[in-house]
Design a protein around this ligand. Structure first.
Ligand code: ATP
Length: 429
């Protein structure tokens, strides 16, 4: 295992200090398993989801995007098996009343009060959040917040086939919120109750599932590379049958050496025809695909790469977090790939109280802003402080406007990773 050099506390503290991630409802004392994203966090998250969409949807001609509603007909979750089996084993300590997931702890001893033998038999706890739709609070009005985005894709499979006429194989992709009432949310944004997923259901001829599975397995590494993750920290776990989800005939968990240890980053599952057959059974509508130019009909099988945005963010932050020493002083910076960096350029006048410098700096800021969009204006504190702040945000280049700029049109460009400074003409930025 390539142990991650980063401590979780360092990431949590930087994320808070620099406006990436805050505890949800913090002023009210927080709420366990929910987080809010600040200005740079939302930007990093968007850069991640945009990169994913570009790579897997816009960058291919065999994957189509959708955006389905979060609340769906509750029949969906009955047919999918979630009402009956989307459960985790819950145990409660009869000494301190703390609750735990039985499969995640040693149940001979309570992790909270350390008392031995206080747990009774595990109860199966359904993780779906329930709500009521409409003004009447009754059994008939119960609906669920979706625990995965996948079902929004399966329910639209027929719509896509009938309106887009895709060739087989083809995929349908979605990015969106999912909700899981986790028994013990933990480890910052690693296990949360409100999460965002990026999922693709890739529909294939039943004979071709292995070929597609292997192709996706390779494509996933391209994604890891784009995120800047060190491949030595990624491990594949071929999940044994006893641990696989109820719908899966083969699953590979891609684990990453997080600061909390080796844990699941994302999954690739062969879901067979489980979901489409369930829909067919529950609705009486055919989910068959008619092979173009023939009378060949079949219910497609499905390969599902499933990505969790929060876990990607946590891996990216852990990978990027770097400490070094500059002139005997400790420095922290985020070595983010430029594509993911929330701010691409920071522009500042050397001195805040010189109107001619501020005016020139504003002009340059506007030029860069039009071109690169994520450009930040920063004139707080002295230059050293600004560099330190931008290093922690992960800004690749800081541009400083000084008196020479006014005479020769050049600016200082300082590089985040090397801290080296260069003078460049504005037009060459
Ligand atoms: P775990 O075993 O860690 O609970 P899972 O196997 O139930 O995860 P899946 O149902 O396969 O997870 O969900 C697909 C992806 O969604 C996961 O690989 C992960 O990236 C993300 N994910 C699932 N549950 C959570 C959660 N509670 N918090 C953050 N991300 C999650």
């Amino acid at each position: 295992m390539t142990k991650n050099k980063t401590n979780l506390e360092d990431i949590v503290s930087l994320a808070k200090r620099r406006g990436f991630i805050y505890q949800g409802s913090e002023v009210y004392g927080g709420i366990s398993g929910f987080y809010d994203f600040g200005p740079f966090g939302v930007s990093l998250k968007r850069n991640i989801t945009n990169l994913w969409w570009r790579m897997f949807v816009d960058g291919r001609d065999d994957v189509f995007g959708i955006d389905a509603a979060i609340i769906m007909n509750p029949k969906v979750w009955k047919a999918s098996g979630h009402v009956d089996t989307f459960t985790d084993p819950l145990v409660e300590c009869n000494n301190c009343n703390s609750r735990f997931r039985a499969d995640k702890i040693d149940i001979s001893k309570c992790p909270n009060c350390s008392k031995l033998g206080t747990f009774g038999k595990a109860k199966m706890f359904n993780m779906m959040f329930k709500t009521n739709v409409g003004p009447i609070d009754s059994e008939d009005s119960i609906a669920y917040l979706r625990p995965e985005t996948a079902q929004g894709i399966f329910t639209n499979y027929k719509n896509i086939v009938d309106t887009i006429y895709p060739d087989m194989p083809f995929g349908v992709a979605q990015i969106g919120k999912a909700f899981r009432n986790e028994i013990s949310p933990r480890d910052f944004i690693f296990r949360v109750r409100e999460l965002e997923q990026m999922e693709i259901e890739y529909f294939v001829h039943p004979d071709d599932w292995e070929k597609s599975f292997e192709k996706w397995r390779a494509d996933i590494y391209e994604w890891f590379r784009a995120l800047g993750l060190d491949e030595a920290r990624i491990h594949e776990l071929d999940v044994p049958e006893s641990d696989r989800a109820h719908y899966s005939k083969r699953t590979i968990d891609f684990e990453y050496d997080f600061p909390i240890g080796k844990e699941e980053l994302m999954g690739l599952a062969y879901r067979t025809d489980f979901d489409l057959l369930n829909i067919q059974k529950a609705t009486g509508k055919s989910m068959e695909y008619i092979q173009k130019g023939s009378n060949n009909k079949f219910v497609p099988h499905v390969i599902e790469p499933s990505f969790g945005v929060e876990r990607v963010m946590m891996a990216v932050l852990a990978e990027a977090y770097t400490e070094d020493e500059i002139n005997g002083e400790k420095r922290i910076f985020l070595k983010l790939p430029t594509e993911l960096a929330p701010v691409k350029f920071c522009v500042s006048p050397l001195l805040k109280n010189k109107p001619e410098l501020v005016k020139k700096a504003r002009e340059i800021y506007t030029i860069l802003q039009k071109k690169y969009h994520n450009v930040m204006w920063d004139d707080n504190g002295n230059i050293g402080k600004r560099y330190r702040r931008q290093d922690e945000i992960g800004t690749p280049k800081c541009v400083v406007i000084d008196f020479d700029t006014l005479t020769d049109g050049t600016v200082t460009v300082r590089d985040r990773d090397t801290t080296k400074q260069k003078r460049l003409a504005v037009k060459d930025l």
